[in-house]
Write a protein that binds this ligand. Sequence first.
Ligand code: MG
Ligand code: MG
Length: 263
Amino acid sequence: MIKYKSTEEIELVRYSSLLVAKTLAEVARIIRPGITTLELDKTAEAFIRSHDAEPAFKGYRGFPFTLCVSVNAEVVHGMPGKYVLQEGDVVSVDCGVKKNDFYGDSAYTFAVGAIKPEVRQLLDVTKASLYKGIEMAEAGMRIGDIGAAVQEHAEKFGYGVVRELVGHGVGKSLHEDPEVPNYGKKGSGPKLQEGLVIAIEPMINLGKKNVRQGKDGWTIFAADGLPSAHFEHTIAVSKHGKADILTSFKEIEAVLKEQEIIN
Ligand code: MG
Ligand code: MG
């Protein structure tokens, strides 16, 4: 069952969502060759708790960390640990926050130092496909219009669109109805209405779409071992016109730009 949100409830999701954006900006500040993925996690957890909020993933179905950190061929749900990031890696960082009983959810794929041009393109196209999906998220459109837009853009570049994992409703639960696939048929699925709050989150593989689960029971890998990217926004469908993007990449990208100037 889809739970539509009031204006007040959307503001609470926005609060949590902006805290996620700021947490990912803190990650952006420290992500570099030589740092472990566990250090990213610790920084994120401390930042969230310093704002009297809770890391949404920690304890979710037994997941023991604040972030999902997925490196290179890891698609999503990677577990932070001893791995030391290296120049040329791409790192998908997924973060959720709970505050005032409402969740926010966002993900961003970072480049560690210089990356291959073909991988840079994968990141850029995955992010662009997210915005193609968001463009479709208007009242009167359908869930299938979002997925079709994401899929069409990613497949133009020959990329694999992951099927097994999908976006979702967000509210008092981290994962609510409806499911929001990154593929689909225009005009199919539930109709979008004002007050619908969803996370749209394309997971796009440089190679084939197939994935496999790792031995840790969490990490999802691209089956062919090629890099994968993941970008996610939590958005609210408006009464008229464009969706309201509740999370934000502005804070992250301001930090990335600053670092480019320094280096
Ligand atoms: Mg997420
Ligand atoms: Mg999500």
